[in-house]
Design a protein around this ligand. Structure first.
Ligand code: TYD
Length: 216
């Protein structure tokens, strides 16, 4: 699936969570962050939770498009997500690079792998891949591999589903994710950790903390 070598620089201390909508990435990323910070306060906090789309103007624009009536082309969405990623990395106050330079661990709920899986499923994959090839890689990639039906069940509590959360989109994204994650596993540049998302939230959390207690 990947067509480029992906020998991009790796950012130490940067951890990314990925998975389908409803896979549990937000819950697990937040809980890991709280776990790493459990004995810290204020400026001694070790880990920062963050997400894409961000809460920056670029991310707000994306959310309004995903939830609103106006349609944009898949390539436009790919460009917007890449612009938001650029802000996420480079923002002078609390951007990923800034936090890492201050010695923090940064845990992001989604990153470029989401663009490869979601936008790559609808816009030409090679173009989405080269657009995202400019970005650095995380040190760790946590993939919560949740079967689509389980993920869908977990989304049932949500009031409204955005346009990417529709069943046909999720079906395509599920296949894309598995292929892309397998490619990054083979490439060996990012430490890929795959968890069975059909297990309970507590079980998965136990496995994740056990893993990162060894690293951090
Ligand atoms: P999500 O993490 O589900 O945010 P929320 O919990 O607030 O709904 O992200 C919103 C959607 O954006 C989700 O369906 C995945 C999608 N997405 C992409 O399509 N490409 C990307 O590059 C990113 C970061 C997210």
């Amino acid at each position: 699936m990947l067509t480029l070598p992906w020998e991009n620089p790796v950012l130490p201390g940067f951890i990314v969570f990925e998975g389908l909508d409803g896979a549990g990435t937000t819950t697990q990323a937040r809980r890991l962050c709280d776990h790493l910070n459990k004995d810290t306060t204020g400026s001694t906090v070790k880990a920062n939770w963050t997400c894409e789309p961000t809460g920056l103007p670029t991310g707000k624009l994306i959310r309004s498009l995903l939830n609103g009536p106006d349609e944009v082309t898949p390539w436009t969405l790919a460009l917007l997500f890449a612009a938001d990623r650029n802000e996420h990395l480079a923002h002078p106050a609390g951007g990923i690079r800034d936090l890492l330079a201050a010695g923090k661990v940064v845990i992001s709920d989604r990153y470029l792998f989401s663009s490869l899986a979601y936008q790559g499923a609808y816009a030409p994959f090679v173009d989405v891949e080269s657009l995202n090839h400019q970005f650095p890689l995380p040190e760790h990639l946590v993939f919560i591999d949740t079967p689509r039906d389980t993920a869908k069940g977990r989304m049932r509590d949500r009031t409204a589903r955005d346009r990417l959360e529709q069943d046909d989109v999720q079906a395509r994204v599920e296949t894309m994710y598995r292929d892309i994650i397998a490619d990054f596993e083979r490439a060996g540049r990012v430490a890929v950790h795959r968890f069975d998302g059909s297990a309970s939230v507590e079980t998965i959390f136990g496995q994740i903390t056990e893993l990162f207690d060894r690293y951090i």
